[in-house]
Design a protein around this ligand. Structure first.
Ligand code: SF4
Length: 312
């Protein structure tokens, strides 16, 4: 088992990072590397399909989001964007995936559904814009998964456990390491990219409006996809995190414990308790009560009809 990033750095100092993760998985779980790669090829395709569907837009379950990808895509096609295409596509693909997630569409949790836009946003945009062989993207998914697995040895990957740093923050670290790998970075640079990405998400709270994975989650994924690309760029240029990745993870765990309950997915703090957040929360509650009342009335009407049928 790879117990820490320090251990990973020793094991994979001069080796291909994906190979090291595949070999370790095979030794530990008996799953051949070829099987893992095949499974990740399918997941990459699910991500791609999800991006294409997401660009079409649509309304989310809570009606708070859903058309962000469509709007950005239109602006991009019409030449109304000012950022470079790689950045735009990373944002766009992250928004597409999260739009699909908000409509209960099929996505790949990476590492969770709420943070599922960051990794595909970064990797698929890079693949397209820098003409990376899709097979390299598949191997980069091995790296992303491996990084997430090491974090998960000491941290619970959920907003309820430690805030959004544990979800979107970890996704950003996974994506940053994977992008560095795709760009030919060394193991040291991949780990540095993960550390740079994660340490700059520390303290990020989980405050979903109305308790739905819509606001701020959808747009947060797009913004942090760009954050992850920036971390990878710095690491590839030789910039070091100074604080090693294992210590960044430890800090994340401590900060997560220190966060108040209201900032850990309860919708009892942060953006969820702004005036607008509260009004939306109340509207969602009213609508849920209305649906419950309608269902109860329908059940009562059917019971009444059955009874009338029996006695006639
Ligand atoms: S705010 Fe909470 S629910 Fe939304 S993505 Fe972050 S951790 Fe997930």
């Amino acid at each position: 088992m790879i117990e820490s990033f320090k251990h990973l750095a020793e094991l994979a100092a001069d080796r291909d990072l994906a190979d090291v993760f595949l070999e370790t998985d095979e030794q530990e779980h008996g799953v051949p590397g070829s099987q893992i790669l095949e499974s990740l090829r399918k997941r990459r395709q699910v991500m791609r399909d999800c991006v294409e569907r997401g660009k079409q837009g649509g309304v989310s379950m809570g009606k708070l989001v859903g058309n962000e990808a469509k709007l950005l895509n239109q602006a991009f096609i019409e030449g109304r964007t000012f950022l470079d295409p790689l950045t735009i596509k990373a944002e766009l693909y992250a928004l597409s995936v999260m739009g699909e997630n908000s409509r209960m569409g099929v996505i790949v949790a990476a590492p969770t559904a709420g943070a599922g836009g960051v990794v595909p946003g970064m990797l698929l945009a890079l693949e397209e814009e820098r003409h990376v062989d899709p097979e390299k993207t598949v191997r980069a998914l091995v790296v992303a998964g491996g990084v997430g697995s090491i974090v998960a040895l000491s941290a619970n990957i959920s907003g309820a456990a430690g805030g959004c740093q544990n979800e979107v923050g970890v996704a950003t670290a996974m994506g940053a390491a994977a992008v560095s790998y795709m760009m030919g970075g060394t193991t040291k640079q991949c780990i540095s990219a993960a550390a740079l990405a994660l340490k700059n998400t520390l303290g990020l709270v989980c405050d979903p409006v109305g308790g739905l994975v819509e606001v701020p989650c959808v747009k947060r994924n797009a913004l942090f996809a760009v954050h992850g690309l920036t971390a990878a760029q710095l690491a590839l240029a030789g910039v070091d995190s100074v604080i090693p990745m294992d210590e960044v993870v430890e800090a994340m765990v401590r900060i997560g414990r220190a966060l108040p309950r209201g900032l850990k997915e309860t919708a009892e703090g942060g953006l969820a308790t702004t005036a607008t957040g509260c009004a939306i929360g109340q509207r969602l509650k009213d609508e849920a009560n209305q649906r419950r009342a309608e269902r109860a009335a329908e059940r009562e009407r059917l019971a009444h009809e059955r009874k009338a049928g029996v006695t006639s």
